[in-house]
Design a protein around this ligand. Sequence first.
Ligand SMILES: Cc1cc2nc3c(=O)[nH]c(=O)nc-3n(C[C@H](O)[C@H](O)[C@H](O)COP(=O)(O)O)c2cc1C
Ligand SMILES: Nc1ncnc2c1ncn2[C@@H]1O[C@H](COP(=O)(O)OP(=O)(O)OP(=O)(O)O)[C@@H](O)[C@H]1O
Length: 292
Amino acid sequence: MRTIQIDYPISKSIQTDSERCVMALGFFDGVHLGHQKIIKTAKKLADEKNLMLAVMTFSQHPSSVIKKGKVITNYITPLSEKTEVFEQLGVDLLYVIDFTKEVAKIPHDQFVDDYLCGLNCEHVVAGFDYKYGFKGKGDMEQLPIDSAGRFGVTTAAKLEKHEQKVSSTLLRELISSGRVEQIQEYLGRSYEISAEMKGRGRTCTIYFDPDYYLPCPGHYEVTIIRKNMLQSKGICEVKSVQHPGQLQVTLFNDQLFNDHAKVQLQWNNFIADFEMDAFHAQSDFRELEMSI
Ligand SMILES: Cc1cc2nc3c(=O)[nH]c(=O)nc-3n(C[C@H](O)[C@H](O)[C@H](O)COP(=O)(O)O)c2cc1C
Ligand SMILES: Nc1ncnc2c1ncn2[C@@H]1O[C@H](COP(=O)(O)OP(=O)(O)OP(=O)(O)O)[C@@H](O)[C@H]1O
């Protein structure tokens, strides 16, 4: 997979060198099951049309520039992690737009001209609620009009679970309320952080990209996964005042070596303490009430 950074204004050489493609559009934080539906739909079309499969995303969440509503600065999957998942999904080209104030002001029709047609896009796939262009004026009804017949458009219907849209927002709510055990159902894989581990004996330090979105403060049962090695379980404490990019893990069994090992830290479940027990019980009760 090739990753192409796009600064503003988009350079003529990137446009000239671009390859005919089917393009999936979105920010894709988490690359959850809803996102996978978009990308898999685009891949099927790319295979049928013998075109490259491209994904267009942004280096930072648009809300951090537009500052409308909740500003998102931490991610379920920072760009490096998102890139790995895209590669596993068979993406050939990853366009990463540096989303700046200038980009946010690009009118919807100009975005289509310069970033879709300008990049040789022959078919676009996005979800039902995708928005583009200044003030988010472009949507999936406007896109076929803006395309003016220059490319095809496929709109993916909403993927729901338990009558809720599978979304990055929902995942962030689960993570921030400590319900990490529920993530897998919406992500389609376990909720993990790519990290480096250092330490000997029972206590080790995990070093990771500080852009990761962490669960709420508390103790969590975690699994440390190392390639071709035995997995080890332990307890990880997320503190309210957190050293950015570092976590302490107390392992259930001794760590026999002291090196900077590349690991995946897998969040298994929150270890309830009294206060959170009450919080968890309340939220479960609320869900029960709503389902009756
Ligand atoms: C080139 C471009 C410019 C955009 N400019 C804006 C903007 O000015 N205001 C806005 O609310 N959304 C803008 N968006 C849409 C955002 O990406 C995002 O979809 C929107 O903020 C609504 O997000 P949500 O409804 O998924 O929360 C732009 C998108 C693109 C691709
Ligand atoms: N549940 C879903 N069903 C269908 N399409 C989806 C779903 N969730 C996201 N998409 C589509 O995936 C692409 C990426 O969208 P985006 O990055 O905004 O994800 P999101 O989960 O909606 O994020 P957020 O909750 O922060 O708005 C867009 O084309 C969007 O329409």
